[in-house]
Design a protein around this ligand. Structure first.
Ligand SMILES: [Zn+2]
Length: 386
């Protein structure tokens, strides 16, 4: 949309307009190509031609430009057949990284994530009390400095922070992260000042789902509901028709606070009977050896899934953290109860699955947000040495 607006703003009959249109096309094509190798790389030029719909000579020029920008590497792979030249392979340059920060109640973690989604290095610090925004930013600076010394030659596009709480649609303000005690904090500003990098802040579950959609268990699935159990309760996120559910102000997807027991316990959010008051890590630990109690928790999980299926009609329900663990030990019970409660007729078409990226998920998801500007305009974003 911004490209359309940009070209529409220039009178069509001027020389500037022709140059501008060509430049827009070139930038769009660079974006298509880098996006293709980001999600699908390494790729041959023939695969790139197929994936982007651009012709071979155009691809050649674009690959050269991306290589000059230091974003991709082209080298020859093994021969694809008995006859013919070795095919040239285009891969993202893994020295291009984003920093990813995850402050949580019991630890702060920072990772350097390469443009192909690989976590190259990470630093984690356990904390006795939930970190302040300033603590988290100071840790990020120190950890980034250490990683820069450990792996020379990294170039950084920016940083993403995955925060367990409500984050405004501006990608900056933590409106309320009750477990951390952060309220109304412009964390983008705090972190950007510490790192002197562009920063984007997001909700941890949204970033986790984004990671699973890009590189994990939800690849290629358009409508996904995600529930993640962690030390901070239950995070939720939904991808609807390929777009992340945000809601009007960015607070959509708080599935951990769906009311599941009208006479239930008081929740950290101030209400009573929320899903995470019934189904949480402490309770799961406490009943780990009690079959009947585990069945009851699994049944609650199924109730929640059935409610979400009514609301979203998802192709996939993705379970992470302790919810994934619970599903693994009570799968037949959960599947049967979800089917029993199903509202729609073809319930067997709904897949329930565990996440695939494990402890890398939030770092990869936060990095994905930081890479977005580069993927959108590969020639227009400056990288800085770490
Ligand atoms: Zn609640």
């Amino acid at each position: 949309m911004s490209e359309d607006l940009a070209s529409a703003a220039v009178p069509a009959h001027t020389t500037v307009a022709r140059g501008s249109r060509n430049d827009n096309t070139r930038r769009h094509n660079l974006s298509s190509l880098l996006t293709a190798v980001h999600y699908g790389g390494p790729l041959t030029r023939a695969q790139l031609t197929r994936d982007t719909g651009l012709n071979r000579s155009t691809i050649g020029g674009l690959v050269t430009e991306l290589a000059q920008l230091g974003l991709v590497i082209e080298d020859s792979a093994a021969e694809t057949g008995a006859v013919g030249r070795p095919s040239l392979i285009v891969r993202p340059d893994r020295r291009v990284v984003a920093l990813a920060l995850h402050p949580d109640v019991d630890a702060i973690e920072l990772g350097a994530v390469a443009i192909d989604g690989t976590v190259l290095a990470r630093r984690r610090a356990s904390v006795d009390a939930p970190p302040t925004p300033q603590d988290a930013a100071a840790f990020a600076w120190e950890a980034a400095r250490e990683i820069g010394q450990e792996i020379p030659g990294l170039r950084v596009v920016g940083a993403g922070a995955a925060v367990p709480g409500l984050v405004a649609a501006d990608g900056a303000t933590v409106v309320d992260a009750p477990h951390l005690g952060w309220r109304g904090v412009d964390f983008r500003e705090v972190l950007a000042e510490a790192l002197t990098l562009p920063v984007v802040v997001g909700n941890d579950a949204n970033m986790g789902l984004r990671a699973e959609w890009s590189f994990g268990a939800a690849r290629g699935v358009d409508t996904v509901v995600f529930l993640n159990g962690s030390a901070s309760g239950i995070g939720g996120a939904a991808l609807v028709g390929g777009r992340m559910l945000r809601g009007g102000r960015g607070y959509g997807g708080e599935f951990g606070h769906m009311m599941i027991r009208s006479d239930g316990e008081r929740c950290s959010c101030g209400r009573s009977g929320c899903l995470e008051t019934v189904l949480n890590a402490e309770r799961l630990d406490a009943v780990a050896h009690d079959d009947a109690a585990l069945d009851a928790l699994a049944s609650t999980l199924a109730d929640a899934i059935a409610n979400l299926e009514c609301a979203f009609d998802p192709d996939l329900v993705l379970l992470g953290g302790y919810l994934g663990s619970l599903y693994a030990v009570r799968r037949p019970l959960v599947d049967a109860r979800v089917e029993e409660l199903a509202f729609r007729p073809d319930v067997e078409d709904v897949a329930i699955a565990r996440t695939a990226l494990g402890g890398n998920r939030l770092l990869i998801g936060a990095a994905e947000r930081a890479f977005a500007a580069l993927l959108q305009d590969p020639a227009g974003v400056a990288l800085v040495a770490l």
